[in-house]
Design a protein around this ligand. Structure first.
Ligand code: ASP
Ligand code: MG
Length: 422
């Protein structure tokens, strides 16, 4: 008998019909002799709708209350799913994140899990119940307030519970048949990846591939939890995210996939005095505002002015707070002005085989040039190359790069079963 943790995303439980179908799938897993813990997201676009609602009553809702509001989405789906399972004659018990023992720090909207104490889940499992847990939420250790883990956080809940319960597998159900070489919504010829390493999946997730939450992959790697990403709309085998095994890279494709991200923005600090400590002062301010930067570029300073420009990318949603923090310190730092551009897109090419194969960047830049796409910034890791382009060029760039690395399938196999891609 195995312990299976399954996570169903918003599109898998979008309406009553979907919930009933998922309930059948869960019951089938239970009847096959497994213990089952299920993590659910809010139904369909509920989370977005709740955010819109909050915005309607306040442009800057208090973070504590926003978390309280958003966690309601998952509470609805967990209860409805438990009812659907009960209707099939099986016992299911729903638990909030707090009841399931998901203990976090107190950063509302982006809380980190610091401990998982799933005692109540264990007793429910022992009593023969199926456990349904509300994803993406926990309770703060010090304030005892309800927290959320950040958008897409239910994946992380699932892996964290799988680790704490010592589960055999964590299945993440979504609306496509696994991880693809590009977003099938943009590239219909994208191919499904049967197996991918944690490292590559981390790079893809960090580069904007929305299929798995970044922290969920970090968690899975740390505790060595195999993740099976698959569709709740089909019975097909999905993508296994596992530890990379030595030596398999030889047969492995050089490139695993192309990710894109439209949620970033570029901030340029214009006319920064070219002297020691200036960059440190700028980035200290940005860090104090709790903003995660991605790429950083500093131009060579013009000899005549002794000034330079520093550009960096950040989540577009953090743009206003970054601008405010820097504006406040303009005199102290001595820069001339700030330029903000949220019409950018990031394209990332990821593949462990890159380490051992020269010429990958030449092919990438060549493909973009041939497609007439201008590159604004470039950054690399050992197994990733990312470029910033104009947001209008994102689709063209993804297609061009996907084709240049021979990733297009001969036959279209990608099916997008649900979701609005919102
Ligand atoms: N419902 C939350 C969101 O939309 C969490 C999740 O789906 O993982 O971000
Ligand atoms: Mg998700």
């Amino acid at each position: 008998m195995a312990l299976v943790v399954q996570k169903y995303g918003g599109s898998s439980v979008a309406d009553a019909e979907c919930v009933k179908r998922v309930a059948q799938r869960i019951v089938a897993t239970k009847q096959a002799g497994n213990d089952v813990v299920v993590v659910v997201s809010a139904m369909g676009d509920t989370t977005d709708e709740l955010i819109d609602l909050a915005q309607e009553v306040s442009p800057l809702p208090p973070a504590r209350e926003l978390d309280m509001l958003l966690t309601a989405g998952e509470r609805i789906s967990m209860a409805v799913l438990a009812m659907a399972i009960a209707n099939l004659g099986h016992e299911a018990k729903s638990f909030t994140g707090s009841q399931a023992g998901v203990i976090t720090d107190s950063f509302h909207g982006k809380a980190k899990i610091i401990d998982v104490t799933p005692g109540r889940l264990r007793s429910a499992l022992e009593g023969g119940s199926i456990c349904i847990v509300a994803g993406f939420q926990g309770v703060s250790q010090d304030t005892k307030d309800i927290t959320t883990l950040g958008r897409g956080g239910s994946d992380t809940t699932a892996v964290a519970l799988a680790a704490a319960l010592n589960a055999d597998v964590c299945e993440i159900y979504t609306d496509v048949d696994g991880v693809f070489t590009a977003d099938p919504r943009i590239v219909p010829a994208a191919q499904q990846i049967p197996k991918i390493s944690y490292e590559e999946m981390l790079e893809l997730a960090a580069s904007g591939a929305k299929i798995l939450h970044l922290r969920c992959v970090e968690y899975a790697r740390r505790y060595n939890i195999p993740i099976h990403v698959r569709s709740s709309f089909s019975q097909k085998e999905g993508t296994w995210v596992v530890a990379s095994t030595e030596g398999t890279e030889v047969e492995h494709a050089i490139i695993s996939g192309v990710a894109h991200d439209r949620s970033q923005a570029k901030l340029t600090v214009v006319g920064v005095p070219d002297k020691v400590g200036e960059a440190a002062a700028i980035f200290r301010l940005v860090a104090e505002a709790e903003i995660n930067l991605d790429m950083v570029v500093q131009n060579v300073s013009a000899a005549s002015t002794g000034k330079t420009d520093i550009s960096f990318t950040l989540p577009a949603t953090d743009g206003q707070s970054a601008l405010a923090a820097l504006n406040k310190a303009q005199e102290e730092i001595g820069f001339e002005s700030l330029r903000f551009d949220d019409r950018i897109g990031k394209i990332s090419l990821v593949g462990a085989g890159m380490r051992a194969h020269p010429g990958v960047s030449a092919t990438l830049f060549g493909a973009l040039a041939d497609a007439g796409v201008n590159i604004e910034m470039i950054s690399t890791s050992e197994i990733r190359i990312s470029v910033i382009v104009d947001q209008d060029d994102v689709d063209t760039a993804v297609h061009a790069v996907h084709r240049a690395f021979d990733l297009d399938a001969d036959q279209v196999e990608a099916v997008v079963y649900g979701g609005t891609g919102r």
